[in-house]
Design a protein around this ligand. Structure first.
Ligand SMILES: [Zn+2]
Length: 495
């Protein structure tokens, strides 16, 4: 089966799209019979260098030439199109055979054409030739035999000796612009009797990045995966390319601008589940942000919005760099989302050193938990942030203590009973929270590994942060009796 790229390869000059500057000069030269001995076609891959070389080979051999265009009908044109024209020799310098073929070239170049008017050598990826091969080629080009035409093609002209370049007529092939790609793709879709949604076509054009070959390869993959009657939809192309849908990217950016962390994470989860390539995802975010930012700058110019866009660009640029070396690539995006939905970003190098989640959650709390009401008056002013944190935490814990007790019931009721007796206090010097308990047994229970684990979960669940606590025994006056009965119950349960 022919690939789309080969099947729809241009067969004459007028079918070549996007290289008008080359086409007009070559066509004129053929028309006037003023052909050079050697041409150099340089330019990125997929820009039509080899197609152009074959058309030129046909043009100089065509028996029914019209206005510099090959007819594609005469014996020579047909033979070249079929690939069995004896006087067209194509050499791939990148292949192992390249050197042997150049040696052969040197021996055979002097013989006259067998069936055509000109013997044509197309040397693809010519920059790959070895030094001896270049020397051999140079000698031939310096004193070109009659009726021989060399067409050298390369993606890296800087690797070709100047002595060679100076003996050729050079043409630089440009990357195709979007209009040219669009024109070509539309033509192929029409010939294949397919239909495509405009948005889907636009994505293929973008994915081609100026290369006909790349764009056509994508189109071919999409077509081969679909039924004949089916219209090619945006989603089909996105699937093939492993892209996140454009709508998804747009809503993701909208959420980031709003600072909606939860929903941003939801979208990220969907992206990951969908098997979307995360680097692509970042690239698409950056492309979309760039578009939105530019239109903001051009129109309203709201500086607040522009600042937000710049922040997104900065975070996702960092994420894309970090992702390459990260053991958990998605983490880089998660950090970017977290930073973008916080007022005070986390410094990645220092902030993640210890207890990253706790630190992150605490930051989140700082930003988003409403101002604490009934906050106990501070006895002494302290500039120590850690101490102040402990005091704030006590206030928040007190506020949520009832729901913590309730939630503890699902682990066991006696834990609830113990917790019900606990008095909270911030130890400002140590920067920890003190649980004042009624007995050694309670202290032991609360400080056990298992209970710490349970409480840690309950604290995060109810207050949004974990707590570093220690237990101190302090028997409340006048409540001894009650406490004893309670601890007895508890002891019985655990024994
Ligand atoms: Zn012809």
């Amino acid at each position: 089966m022919l690939t789309v790229y080969r099947k729809y390869r241009a067969k004459n000059f007028s079918q070549i799209i996007g290289q008008d500057h080359v086409v007009s000069v070559l066509k004129q030269a053929v028309h006037d019979g003023k052909i050079s001995h050697a041409y150099l076609f340089s330019g990125p891959r997929g820009t039509g260098k080899t197609s152009m070389a074959r058309i030129l080979a046909k043009a100089v051999n065509c028996l029914e030439l019209k206005d510099g265009e090959p007819c594609n009908k005469c014996h020579n044109c047909k033979a070249i199109n079929k690939g069995n024209f004896l006087d067209l020799i194509e050499i791939d310098a990148a292949s192992n055979r390249g050197i042997d073929e150049i040696r052969e070239l040197k021996n055979n170049v002097g013989f006259l054409p067998v069936e055509g008017k000109h013997k044509v050598y197309i040397i693809d990826e010519v920059h790959m030739l070895t030094e001896p091969a270049f020397n051999a080629l140079l000698k031939t080009i310096e004193e070109p035999p009659q009726k021989v035409l060399f067409i050298l093609a390369t993606t890296e002209p800087q690797k070709i000796p100047l002595t060679i370049i100076s003996r050729t007529q050079r043409f630089d092939f440009k990357l195709a612009d979007e209009n040219a790609l669009l024109k070509k793709l539309k033509k192929i879709i029409e010939s294949e009797k397919r239909t495509i949604a405009p948005a889907a076509l636009e994505i293929i054009v973008k994915a081609g990045r100026g290369s006909f070959r790349d764009a056509e390869t994508v189109l071919e993959k999409v077509i081969s995966g679909l039924n004949f009657e089916q219209e090619i939809a945006q989603g089909d192309v996105e699937n093939i390319l492993g892209l996140a849908s454009q709508d998804l990217v747009k809503s993701f950016i909208e959420l980031l601008l709003k600072g909606d962390r939860e929903k941003s994470f939801e979208i990220l989860a969907r992206v990951e589940e969908g098997g979307v390539n995360l680097s692509y995802f970042i690239k698409e975010i950056l492309e979309e942000v760039r578009l939105q930012m530019m239109s903001e700058i051009k129109t309203a110019g709201n500086s607040e919005n522009i600042k937000k866009y710049l922040k997104i660009v900065k975070e996702f640029n960092t994420a894309s760099i970090e992702m390459r070396t990260s053991l958990i690539p998605i983490l880089s995006i998660e950090v970017a989302i977290t930073n973008l939905t916080l007022d005070k970003p986390i410094t990645r190098s220092s902030g993640l050193k210890e207890k990253p989640i706790v630190k992150m959650v605490e930051k989140v709390k700082d930003e988003f938990v409403e101002p604490i009401s009934n906050m106990p008056k501070q006895e002494k002013q302290s500039n120590n942030n850690v101490n102040q944190d402990a005091e704030k935490q006590v206030a928040v814990l007190n506020e949520h203590w009832k729901s913590i007790l309730n939630a503890a019931k699902k682990y066991n009721h006696f834990l609830t009973a113990i917790l019900a007796k606990v008095q909270l206090e911030a130890d400002l010097d140590a920067g920890v929270i003190v649980f004042k308990v009624g007995s050694t047994f309670h202290k032991k229970r609360l400080e056990s590994k298992e209970t710490r684990k349970i409480l840690s979960g309950l604290f995060i669940e109810n207050c949004g942060f974990d707590v570093d606590y220690k237990c101190v025994i302090e028997v409340a006056k006048g409540k001894d009796k009650e406490d004893k009965s309670n601890s007895k119950l508890v002891e019985e349960f655990f024994s």
